[in-house]
Design a protein around this ligand. Structure first.
Ligand code: 2BX
Length: 425
């Protein structure tokens, strides 16, 4: 029907064994967003948004090869949607400026990506892992904890995460008493925490080592009324029941060690049942997405992040819309963009920087580093089941505790840190 194509390059992790295969849930959401954007009459009139993509398998090397393939084969691409995995994104987003490409990632959480010197054209609808840190600090203040212990997996994302948490704790006069890290086997690190009689413990590690950490915690009695664990909240809900031959604890033993622990994770869906820019509520979005998934939501990696991919496409469409209007003032057309067109890249960048809307993943807006701002959801586990304790609001720097939520502490009250016990004596 005579529409001109505006083509996006897309990179999604689909087959990735090693890392995050979130493209399985995120690609269908992006595809659905293209359909919805292209039927929106007041958006990109006379144009059609098109996506040419491939599977990075969550491998940086594979990501580079498919990027070259996408860029060095027609048609001309105008922007990059993705990558999903942080390891692929940190490799590609640094090089993207060579093609004057703006990068819009829907799945990368690495704090390293918040560096405008290295990633000059980078934006993401997925919040940085650091966004949980102000929530931790408010939790420490709420419970009066001023001595904190940290155990982390030796992964880049957690190293950056801990550095940012230490920075915030120093400002808040909260002491990091011990900091343990482990590569594969956490037993020594857990035993060291026990030796130093740790009470308030922040644990930053992926799901697989998490089972090992809590098996060791169980064996060392590092749980119960005198200890509280604060860990990552985006593991699968039944993560501690997954059979793992290298973990010699039963799910029941893990559940005992996990009783009462707290989790933080960035909210990746709009909780208010508002009508978003797409005309749908978040519930409508998931209802429309389900038939497009191969398996059930539980079997779909990236299902939780799918609203981020859907909103990433809307952010691109809105930025393109604004860019077309701005370029027209200079007698230029977006469809004439080439990889040497710095002027258009600059207009696209400014348009993306100022893009903000109500999305299915919540309010979408970007910091000057291209970072997504989002609330942090705080949960507590009781009898193996997570319940929402409250939400950390980054704009007001406060935790809104859920009215009427009954906190469950093994000792009836939340544990004290080392100083509070002395006061108590
Ligand atoms: C919350 C999670 C699972 C964090 O890792 C992201 C992937 C990545 O950062 O590599 C996807 N979303």
């Amino acid at each position: 029907e005579g529409l001109k194509d505006l083509v996006l390059a897309g990179i999604f992790p689909i087959k990735g064994e090693g890392g995050w295969a979130g493209g399985v849930g995120c690609y269908p959401a992006a595809e659905m967003a293209l359909e919805h954007v292209n039927t929106q009459s007041d958006l990109l009139p006379g144009y059609r948004l098109v996506l040419h993509w491939n599977d990075s398998e969550c491998e940086p090397g594979k990501g580079i090869t498919i990027l070259y393939d996408l860029l060095y084969n027609p048609p001309q691409k105008i922007m990059l949607l993705g990558p999903g995995c942080s390891t692929v994104t940190t490799t590609i987003a640094e090089a993207a400026k060579m093609w004057n490409l703006i990068v819009m990632s829907y799945g990368s959480s690495s704090p390293a990506l918040s560096d405008r010197k290295r990633f000059t054209t980078f934006f993401r609808t997925h919040p940085s892992a650091n966004l949980n840190n102000p929530a931790y600090v408010q939790l420490f203040k709420h419970y009066g904890w001023t001595k904190i212990n940290i155990i982390q997996e030796a992964e880049e994302v957690f190293v950056s995460n801990v550095e940012d948490l230490e920075r915030l704790c120093k400002i808040a006069n909260i002491d990091i008493v011990t900091r343990q890290s482990f590569l594969k086997d956490p037993s020594e690190a857990v035993r060291n925490l026990n030796r130093s009689d740790a009470r308030i413990i922040v644990g930053l590690f992926y799901e697989t080592p998490a089972r090992k950490v809590f098996c060791e915690a169980y064996k060392n009695n590092l749980y119960g009324k005198r200890v509280v664990w604060l860990i990552i909240g985006w593991y699968a809900d039944n993560w501690f029941e997954v059979l793992d031959p290298s973990v010699n604890c039963t799910a029941d033993e893990l559940r005992v060690a996990l009783e009462g622990h707290l989790t933080t994770e960035s909210l990746q869906r709009n909780l208010n049942n508002v009508t978003t820019i797409s005309g749908m509520s978040t519930d409508d979005f998931f209802a429309a997405l389900h038939p497009k998934l191969k398996g059930s939501p539980q079997q779909t990696p990236g299902y939780v992040e799918s609203p981020l991919a859907y909103d990433a496409v809307w952010a691109i469409a809105i930025a393109f819309n604004r860019t077309i209007i701005e370029l027209a003032k200079h007698g230029k057309l977006l469809e004439d963009f080439t990889y040497s067109d710095e002027f258009t890249k600059g207009v696209l960048y400014d348009s993306m920087q100022n893009t903000t809307f109500e999305g299915v993943s919540g309010r979408v807006s970007f910091t000057s580093e291209g970072d997504r701002i989002a609330e942090t959801q705080i949960e507590q586990m009781h009898n193996g089941v997570y319940s929402i304790l409250g939400f950390y609001d980054p704009y007001k720097d406060v935790i809104n505790f859920r009215a009427g939520f009954k906190e469950h502490w093994v000792g009836g009250k939340h544990p004290r840190d080392e100083t509070q016990m002395i006061q108590q004596l």
